[in-house]
Design a protein around this ligand. Sequence first.
Ligand SMILES: Cc1ncc(COP(=O)(O)O)c(C=O)c1O
Length: 393
Amino acid sequence: MTRPDFDEIIDRVGTNCSKWDDMETQYGVSARNGLAMWVADMDFRPPAAVQRAVDAIAAHGVFGYPGANWPYLAAIQWWMQQRHDWQIQTDWILTCAGLVNGVAMALDAYTQPGDGVIVMSPVYHAFARTIRASGRDLRELPLANDDGNYRMDWTGWEAMLTGTERLLILCSPHNPGGRVWTATELREVADFCIRHDLILVSDDIHCDLVLPGHKHLMIAKTCPDITNRLITLTAATKTFNIAGAHIGNAIIADDDLRARFKGALMARGISPGLFGIDMVTAAYSPEGAAWVDALVDYLDENRRLFDQGIKAIPGLRSMPLQATYLSWVDFSGTGMTPDEFTARVEQGARIAANHGATFGSGGDSFLRFNLATPRARVIDAVDRLQKAFADLQ
Ligand SMILES: Cc1ncc(COP(=O)(O)O)c(C=O)c1O
């Protein structure tokens, strides 16, 4: 594999790209002189194998219904074994239209309107949106912030339950805190679900984007005793920057749980598109694996530079990332209100970053910065932020 050039600046403006084309309407930051550091996709091309797969379909020129997808299923099985030491059977895999859809299907399959659905907040905002939109009752269990690191707060959480909770969504690794949960923490999650008879949906979309020195654990493997209540959601889209393919998987070993999820997919008429299947099949390959290894090293250096730059601004603090390319920066040390520090970032630094409050309770004093962009932009972002907060130096 020729080494991917993550330094190449690729102009995405005008390509129906949410991150760059919607930033002005969302944040008032123009793509002409601003930096898009919000939506969680990357400003990089995927591995060449993915491009070849798309080219082959495009060159053939007939775009009918996709059929037998065994190479796709075999590629997922291979990836889970190679990268996560997790043996799955191909018939455990159900394909959905991305993982927000996967969460929605799980809510449909295992809960009723009015049931309590638990998330550990702050957390990826679409969980709350989907829970609320489907008429389920959002229950936020606040993560404890221990000197700048998130920790599950079991003692506090037990007291918050009302008995109407049916399902818990775990974000593993955690977005936006960048935590890779340990075997002990996963065991505690499993025990909590057993104690309160909860279905567990583990969203592992960031499982391949784990930074050097850390290891993602599949809860299915760490806690095999919860197979009868576990749905694992995985996708190649985040790993390989092919989110536009809108494809993901629910991996469910338990026959009854799988039948119910399949029923939800059928009831909503959901089946995958032609391009996504071949893109994922191409990505989950030795070539894709080498590309991810190079990517993770590149992201780690972006993280190091960004953290170093943030540390130099009094009052700002980024959570130490163990996984993901999403830096969660706490501005509470500046003493400013969210409106004040956000205005400096958007109008002063001209950076579009996700507002912490959208991730739920506990997020107000944060902004989330996407570092999956050429290094020159990360350096530029640090420079802009240091200037926007120069009076604090
Ligand atoms: C934890 C988590 N789940 C799901 C998604 C989105 O998944 P999809 O694009 O497959 O709907 C994201 C995107 O950032 C995410 O962070």
